[in-house]
Design a protein around this ligand. Structure first.
Ligand SMILES: C[S@@+](CC[C@H](N)C(=O)[O-])C[C@H]1O[C@@H](n2cnc3c(N)ncnc32)[C@H](O)[C@@H]1O
Length: 349
């Protein structure tokens, strides 16, 4: 292999192991005859399709993987398989990102991680008065009103429907006693470890503050847990030459979000066609900050096609990968008007 075929920065400054990885990347033995072309969304498992992307060709890969929170599209994964998936996907990114380019992972901690070993929290609810209603009271009321449901019994006896249920069945109708305890699973350390192992360096981390998910506030009835209202963006850098261009954003944009660690914008209002779309603003900001027009942006958990849409709007090219056929179709239909606008614009030039 000639030195000319190596990247145009001093790889000898890198740790030894990483130098070898780079040499392999620039050797001929590593090439497919035909790579995935940009401006297309491919159906399949990210782990099978990522190796078919041209090495050193992607300026930015930005994606939001399955979060392991019980969505339908991640039902095929156990927690171990989920970790293996993310570790492999991150590992497969190193060859295809351009030297000096970025991988941005949008992810959240798992707030309701079932842990059978976790001791049960003994709640001492100082502000809650214990109900005066006894088991005998409930049975007496039931004998007098055999057709009453627990809401009617609760009204009759002046207590909550949980009290009725607890007196009758000795448990809490909202789960609790027989369910394993849940704890927070903090994922940042895992993602960092996988990225470092792949050869990336953690470059930045930001927080996206979204709308609060109040449906989980049922936990708040007897807990100090906060509601779910933010996610992370972890930026990983592949060693190489990175262009810094302050002209990419206006000075107001730099002040508002370009240089800010906390990004505030609402989540997608209606997730009716896909369970977990991220808002267009998320890939748009990332793309504008970290890439140039014409660069290729990758999303290997493409879902409904939001990253492709953002790339088209920002005049970048894209490669999308998505496992589920129905989402590939959805993504293709979401971007087709954008493609038409682009074709019209191209023909006018
Ligand atoms: C959190 S969603 C991404 C949503 C996307 N950002 C959007 O705005 O629509 C994760 C997606 O990854 C897909 N997925 C799950 N496992 C995959 C795999 N092994 N390879 C490729 N895609 C996968 C799911 O079908 C789902 O659409």
């Amino acid at each position: 292999m000639s030195e000319q075929s190596l990247p145009d920065f001093k790889i000898e400054r890198l740790p030894k192991g990483l130098q070898d990885t780079f040499r392999l990347l620039y050797s001929d033995g590593n090439k497919w005859t035909k790579y995935l072309s940009p401006d297309e969304i491919y159906q399949g498992d990210a782990r099978e399709l990522l190796p078919q992307i041209e090495p050193n060709s992607i300026a930015l890969s930005v994606w939001s993987p399955p979060y392991f929170v019980g969505k339908d599209y991640e039902a095929y994964l156990t927690f171990d398989a989920w970790q293996v998936l993310l570790e492999q996907v991150i590992g497969l990114h190193f060859p295809l990102i351009k030297p000096g380019g970025f991988l941005v992972v949008n992810i959240a901690d798992i707030l309701c991680f079932k842990d059978t070993d976790m001791p049960r929290i003994q709640a001492d609810a100082v502000n809650k008065k214990r109900s005066h209603v006894t088991r005998e009271d409930v049975h007496r009321a039931l004998t007098e009103h055999p057709n009453y449901n627990r809401y009617q019994l609760a009204k009759l006896l002046g207590c909550s429907e949980q009290t009725i249920d607890r007196r009758l069945h000795g448990n809490n109708i909202r789960g609790g006693k027989h369910e394993p305890q849940t704890r927070v699973k903090i994922v940042g350390g895992l993602v960092e470890e996988w990225a470092l192992k792949a050869g990336f360096y953690p470059y930045d981390r930001r927080v996206w503050v979204k709308d609060a998910a109040w449906e989980n506030s049922r936990w708040a009835s007897l807990s100090y847990r906060a509601i779910d209202e933010f996610e992370y963006l972890y930026f990983f850098w592949k060693p190489g030459i990175t262009k810094f261009d302050r002209g990419r954003l206006s000075s107001d944009e730099w002040k508002d979000w370009g240089s800010r660690a906390v990004w505030r914008f609402p989540s997608v209002r209606a997730n009716d066609d896909h369970e977990a779309k991220f808002p267009l603003e998320l890939p748009s900001r990332t793309i504008r900050l970290l890439t140039e027009p014409g660069d290729v942006v990758l999303d290997c958990f493409m879902g409904s096609g939001t990253t492709a849409l953002a790339a088209i709007q920002e005049d970048r090219r894209y490669i999308g990968i998505e496992l589920e056929k129905k989402y590939v179709q959805l993504a293709r239909s979401r971007i087709s008007p954008g493609i038409q606008i682009r074709l019209i614009r191209d023909s006018e030039e």
